[in-house]
Ligand binder design. Structure first.
Ligand code: HEC
Ligand code: HEC
Length: 229
């Protein structure tokens, strides 16, 4: 008969206990993920209810939006380009001088957070928000930007970007409610990529609506920053 040496037994015991520890850790991690998912699902459900009570009347069922009334909150470009901060602050402060109300007094922070979780549940692309917010500042020629704007954008967004309040079918991108919260990177991304399932198409490249190049897009953003002041 061959008995394993004492050393071998000790090594086996050490290996077995390491395995158990690792398995236990994995189980804990799994439980954490499950719990996290459950908490998140609950938050999304809560956000859905709050959305139907407070937002749906304008933003439509499931946040689909309606041109001239309220923008879509479910298109993948918005959800990818917008940081949580952008969404939270926009809901809290609203957009002065537009139909988008202020919810800071009506809803608690955690309720607004739940609504953002609900909106995030529609997202199909990674959230680039923070990265875009750190994108370079637009350094364009505002006079050229004004020209592009009146030729290409004003038809939908209004002569001075006044949006629905004017004759626009697009949002008030010339007003501080939007410009005060949107970074140059955010605006650049939307101009290039547009917004799925809305009249807002992408404007960059040969397949874009107007094939604007980087410099022309920066001219427009620089012009919008002039309108903001
Ligand atoms: C009375 C109508 C109305 C209600 C109610 C309303 N909104 Fe809005 N919302 C608007 C309009 C109009 C805009 C666009 C304003 C503009 O022209 O910039 C907007 C814009 C937004 C934006 C910015 C979207 C973008 O494209 O940048 C977000 C986010 C938003 N609303 C979220 C909400 C949420 C969440 C609620 C409910 C808590 C809500 N809104 C309730 C009318 C409304
Ligand atoms: C055919 C109409 C149309 C044209 C032309 C158009 N837009 Fe838009 N744009 C829209 C609509 C509609 C929305 C809101 C999308 C929605 O309903 O969700 C929008 C949204 C945007 C947004 C996001 C605003 C926000 O509230 O978050 C930006 C930025 C924007 N447009 C910039 C431009 C610029 C710059 C041009 C010109 C190069 C332009 N758009 C041309 C219709 C248009």
């Amino acid at each position: 008969m061959h008995y394993p040496s004492k050393n071998k037994v000790r090594m086996l015991l050490v290996a077995a206990s390491m395995f158990l520890l690792a398995a236990g850790g994995l189980q804990n991690a799994n439980a954490d993920v499950k719990q996290e998912n459950a908490v998140n699902a609950e938050r999304v459900q809560k956000g859905k209810v709050l959305f139907s009570e407070n937002c749906q009347v304008c933003h439509q069922e499931g946040g689909a939006g309606k041109p001239g009334v309220a923008p879509s909150l479910t298109n993948k470009e918005l959800l990818s380009a917008a940081s949580d901060r952008f969404l939270l602050d926009t809901i809290r402060d609203g957009r002065p001088d537009t139909a988008m109300p202020t919810f800071g007094q009506l809803l608690k922070d955690e309720e607004i957070q739940a609504i953002v979780s609900y909106l995030r549940s529609f997202g199909t692309e990674p959230v680039k928000g923070g990265m875009l917010d750190n994108d370079r500042k637009a350094m364009g020629d505002p006079r050229l930007g004004a020209r592009w704007f009146s030729q290409v954008c004003a038809g939908c967004h209004g002569v001075n970007g006044e949006g629905y309040e004017g004759s626009g079918s697009g949002t008030a991108i010339g007003k501080s409610g939007f410009l005060g919260k949107a970074s140059d990177g955010f605006i650049r991304y939307i101009i290039k990529n547009g917004r799925s399932n809305t009249p807002m198409r992408g404007f960059a490249g040969p397949t874009g609506m107007a094939n604007l190049n980087e410099q022309e897009i920066d001219d427009i953003i620089t012009y919008l920053r002039v309108l903001q002041k």
